[in-house]
Design a protein around this ligand. Structure first.
Ligand code: ATP
Length: 236
């Protein structure tokens, strides 16, 4: 494994109770890369991310983050290794204010602090005293992104950032992902919105029924839309 390697899963198996959901998923993300994880509804994208984060029990296989074995770590242990996580459905604290949501206990010093987050998202600054639950879907996504960025992660993991948002807001969120890419931030992006994700990614994985069925350059899939539809069920 090179020093460039930020995340590697090898042969990861995850069960929910007795249901065997992930059947040996191997993937990796290197420094400066944006990698997308595509797949139809229920294919196993969220389960893969939960397996990486320690939010689902890993039954077998390894998770390595920045050279350190992580498959036995709880979520805060994974976060401490430099992983920022934006969950599906944002999961912000609805009764805490924006500013309280941004007061994250883990993390390290770096480019991102409260001031920088407010500069990057002026809307969050305007809304800083509002409860998270009063924000629009797009603002909540910004808050979830800000909450992960403020930990100054080496690797940023986003689960379906476009889900449930109006197209204009999705464009805004993807503009933000592009800005992060320009700054060299490594990102793992799970998306059902395959074409949108492929446009910002350098590499792609497609998962189906808990198994990786494609692993290659994002450009290879972008050049073959029919294949994306067949593999990932993408409708656009
Ligand atoms: P989506 O876009 O719908 O989130 P996904 O690719 O992220 O799809 P997962 O959420 O990882 O898919 O789900 C993979 C499989 O695991 C599905 O068959 C789903 O029904 C099942 N599953 C997910 N969560 C649980 C759970 N808590 N208990 C049991 N089965 C689950």
């Amino acid at each position: 494994m090179s020093e460039q390697n930020l995340l590697r899963t090898e042969g990861l198996h995850v069960f929910y109770g007795k249901s065997h959901i992930l059947h040996g998923v191997s993937l990796e993300v290197n420094r400066g890369e944006v990698v997308c994880l595509l797949g139809r509804n229920g294919a196993g994208k969220t389960t893969t991310i939960k397996g990486i984060m320690g939010l689902a029990a890993r039954a077998q296989g390894s998770v390595t983050i920045a050279g350190k074995r992580a498959e036995r770590l709880p979520p805060h242990g994974v976060a401490r290794l430099g992983v920022g996580y934006v969950p599906e459905g944002r999961k912000i604290f609805p009764h805490l204010t924006v500013e309280e949501n941004l007061a994250v206990p883990v993390g390290r010093p770096g480019r991102w602090n409260l001031n920088e987050i407010y500069k990057f998202f002026p809307r969050l600054h305007e809304r800083r005293r509002h409860p998270g639950g009063m924000l629009s879907g797009g603002e909540q996504e910004m808050l979830a992104v800000g909450r992960a960025l403020i930990t100054n992660p080496d690797l940023f993991i986003m689960d379906e950032p476009s889900q449930g948002l109006a197209p204009k807001i999705v464009q805004e969120i993807y503009g933000l992902i592009r800005d992060m890419v320009q700054e060299g931030q490594a990102v793992l992006l799970a998306e059902q919105n395959a074409f949108m994700a492929l446009e910002v990614s350098s590499r792609a994985y497609v998962i189906d029924n808990g198994r990786i069925v494609f692993d290659g350059a994002a450009g290879e899939l972008l050049a073959d839309r029919e294949r994306v539809r067949a593999l990932a069920g993408a409708s656009i």
